[in-house]
Design a protein around this ligand. Sequence first.
Ligand code: COA
Length: 314
Amino acid sequence: MQGIQIIGMGKALPARRVENEAFTQMVETSDEWIKSRTGIQSRYFCKEERQMDLCAEAARKALANAGVCPEEIGLCVVATITPDYHTPSSACMVQKLLGLPEDIPAFDINAACSGFVYGLEVVSCMLGSDALKRPYALLIGAEKLSRIMNFQDRSTCVLFGDGAAAAVIRPSDAHRFFCRLGSQGNAEALNAPGAGYPEPYIHMDGRKVFQFAVHAMENGIRLLAKETGVSLDEVDQFICHQANERIIRHVQKKLKLPAERFFMNLDQYGNTSGASIPIAMAELMEKGQLKPGTKAFCLGFGGGLTWGAAYLEF
Ligand code: COA
């Protein structure tokens, strides 16, 4: 089966960085509580920036790093739960801002923090289709979560951040790709009602989501190893959704794997939902840790409740 190759990535963050200390002015919390329960130290929030601006900046960097022109893009997908508009989609706005061709599909995916992994599967399927006239796909994970956060709810407002990252992807016979996705309709553990509903903010039962997360991650890793035949020792990078250091550490220890193979940057960005996995991937790429031959497992989980597990070769 044809695989895919990520040939360039780029990330974009809003200019405003907010430290834990700032939340002590809004709710009863402390830097110590936030750090010890989550691992988060700071995050970025948009001020003037629109979500589409973050998308466009990340996409421009990814295209430059890949050496690909906007005219060569055959598919544009954005994984997000915080588009600027219900319609047009963020993908259509990226198309406009970057001047992508007009005879290509452009659409958003709503799978919350699993969105980028869902996007990888969608892109891998579509890149094999005759319907695409050009060889490259642009897949972006982007969020402006500060727009749907309740800054009077201490159990959620300290957790999230804004940001975006983009990947330029092409089909490749030399790079295996394998993905499994799942969901269980559940609005009790995590939801964010749409505009016009009362309290259109993120509501979450943190403990329920924590339990779901550790199971989804552990099961996803075991499933990928079984189905791909790639043993856990062979995996160079476990690129996990960056929600909480304790979730990642729990899974890493349960599977008795070395901590250094579980990249973490949530201390700087908080939970950026659909943007968290691609931001982590973009940073690993910047650091030269996704070299040719690198094998990675990507694990996403989040609202839906959804989960996604993908095997990628670089
Ligand atoms: N500052 C201080 N205290 C806080 C707080 C904050 N920001 N947020 C919650 N608390 C309090 C709670 O009110 C509770 O107080 P109580 O015992 O008097 O009722 C206490 O801290 C413990 O709350 P609990 O929810 O049990 O904490 P926890 O150890 O489970 O950590 C989360 C809370 C949210 C950090 C954790 O459950 C988590 O990370 N869950 C997963 C969330 C996630 O990943 N969401 C995104 C999905 S993609």
